[in-house]
Design a protein around this ligand. Structure first.
Ligand code: ZN
Length: 182
């Protein structure tokens, strides 16, 4: 069942989410509902606080566009994007590479607002899976960006926080207008 998505302005989006200490059946079911919610809303990612649950869990799916990355390595081995999507993870640890690029982003919690955000192009992510195992993901492109965006959510950070000064001013003005239509 698709769940209601929490919108910009809700305090749960500003919480530093707690670590997942124990993976339960309920958590597994919640992950399935998050995947459904993300697909239903046509998003490429969704973090648990966006459905009102402040825990370090997120889902990402960029399989609709195999060209959106140039490489994907799981535990040091080349991997197929499709085999890994949707990607559900808890307790992520990111290592960001130095080189950055701007790219347009949106967020399911800020409907109809998009803006260009500058982020590191490549990441190395250590992610805990729902079976308790850990994987190391090395990638770039949209997948690296989506993982960074979702990990930001787990720290109470929204993509609009990463805009420059004028970008933030524009965002504030436009979101205020948009919010009346949500
Ligand atoms: Zn978002």
């Amino acid at each position: 069942m698709a769940l209601p998505i929490v919108l910009y302005g809700d305090p749960v989006l500003r919480v530093k989410c707690r670590r997942v200490e124990k993976i339960t059946k309920e958590l597994d079911e919640l992950a399935d509902e998050m995947i459904e919610t993300m697909i239903d809303a046509q998003g490429v990612g969704l973090a648990a606080p966006q459905i009102g649950v402040p825990i370090q869990m997120a889902v990402v799916d960029v399989a609709h566009d195999p060209e959106c990355i140039t490489y994907l390595r799981i535990d040091g081995e080349d991997a197929d994007l499709e085999d890994c999507m949707p990607l559900v993870f808890v307790n992520p640890e990111l290592t960001l590479h130095k080189e950055k690029e701007p790219c347009e982003e949106g967020c399911l919690s800020i409907p109809d607002f998009r803006a260009e955000v500058t982020r590191p192009i490549e990441i190395t992510a250590r992610l805990e899976m729902l079976d308790g195992s850990f994987i190391t993901v090395e990638t770039d492109g949209l997948l690296a960006r989506a993982i960074q965006h979702e990990v930001d959510h787990l720290n109470g950070i929204l993509f609009v926080d990463r805009l420059g000064t004028t970008g933030k001013m524009r965002a504030k003005r436009e979101i205020k207008k948009l919010a009346k239509t949500w």
